[in-house]
Write a protein that binds this ligand. Structure first.
Ligand SMILES: [Zn+2]
Ligand SMILES: [Zn+2]
Length: 345
């Protein structure tokens, strides 16, 4: 079968390759992949900018859905032809304190698809049934493939952060996770929602407005801190959500958060902070990290896609066949598409 494979530790070392179909174990389900979202992390791997461990060669793709092609003989509950979306935690140990308490996103032995286990940018993938979810009938494969990034935002802004009706929420970053976070903040009842981007985000900031952002700022041109301090009582934001992972954004979030406010950090970045953390102490700010998601997050987010409370239409910039992966990746890299989806026929 054809697959999109990263084969070397070099910039651009990704290509379509012919690889064998996966071997199904008795405890797995074989999925015929229908749609795969392109993630910022796929682009980092294409460009050799990733700061996490990967195996090589690796089939890329961890945001996906499809139909059940075959269930292993020890699997019950899934039958051929069912439409399913699949979580990203390809393997977890099942035995540590985090697995036993349902927090398997934090299992130290977690291995994700498309990084340490072959991913879904291919016709077939074999998965464990514990991470499969049925797709509501009115949700398309293209939308269901994007359940994962919505779950990242849901975990951060519903499960990890308390947002109260009327709160001032600042979202740093207008990429996919920023845009999903904006939609979740709105559902949580946030009052003012400001989305901060850079020159590359001009188009994405227009979509942020369509999806309910009250203010869009370009941090390269606008004084975002002065703007945030001009709101309400002048003390700053109740919640700042860092979807960028760069040190400059965290410095800015410390300045923007109001006393007793919260900074929720979703974005990753390897560089040192290079700033004093004193504002966190002085203002008694809560800093909350958020990583990945678990089973219940997925069920709730699929529900929100089914009811239309999360709108993915403006988010999907294009749907591309597997062989046009380069175009799909490049359009996201330059900011034309918030998300590209690869459709597998
Ligand atoms: Zn991702
Ligand atoms: Zn574990």
């Amino acid at each position: 079968m054809q697959a999109i494979v990263k084969y070397d530790r070099k910039d651009g070392a990704v290509e379509v390759r012919e690889i064998p179909e996966p071997q199904l174990t008795p405890d797995q389900v074989l999925i015929e992949v229908k749609a795969v979202g392109v993630c910022g992390s796929d682009i980092h791997m294409w460009r050799e900018h990733q700061s996490w461990q990967i195996k090589l060669p690796i089939v890329l793709g961890h945001e996906f859905c499809g139909v059940v092609a075959r269930a292993g003989e020890r699997v019950s509950g899934f039958t051929e032809g069912e439409r399913v979306a699949c979580e990203t935690a390809a393997e977890v140990c099942g035995e540590c304190a985090y697995c036993r308490s349902g927090n398997y996103n934090l299992c130290p032995k977690r291995k994700g698809f498309g990084a340490l286990i072959d991913g879904a940018m291919a016709r077939f993938i074999a998965v464990r049934p514990q991470i499969l979810h049925r797709i509501p009938a009115n949700v398309s494969f293209e939308y269901a493939a994007l359940t994962e990034p919505v779950c990242v935002a849901y975990n951060a802004l519903v499960e990890k952060t308390l947002i109260k009706s009327g709160d001032v929420v600042v979202i740093q970053g207008a990429g996919a996770i920023g845009i999903m976070s904006l939609q979740i903040a709105k559902l949580r009842g946030a009052g003012t929602i400001a989305v901060l981007g850079t020159d590359i985000d001009a188009h994405r900031l227009v979509i942020a407005r369509q999806l309910g952002a009250t203010h869009m700022l370009n941090v390269q041109r606008d004084d975002a801190l002065a703007f945030v301090k001009s709101l309400g009582d002048g003390f700053g934001a109740d919640v700042v959500v860092d979807c960028t992972g760069v040190s400059a954004a965290f410095k800015q979030s410390m300045a923007m958060a109001r006393p007793n406010g919260t900074i929720t950090k979703i974005g990753w970045g390897p560089q040192p902070l290079d700033a004093s953390l004193d504002p966190i102490v002085a203002k008694a700010v809560t800093v909350q990290g958020a990583f990945s998601h678990t089973y219940t997050t997925w069920e709730r987010v699929l529900g929100l896609l089914s009811t239309g409370q999360i709108d993915l239409k403006p988010v999907i910039g294009g749907v591309y066949p597997l062989t046009e992966w380069r175009e799909a990746f490049a359009r996201m890299q330059v900011g034309d598409n918030i998300k590209s989806v690869i459709s597998i026929q």
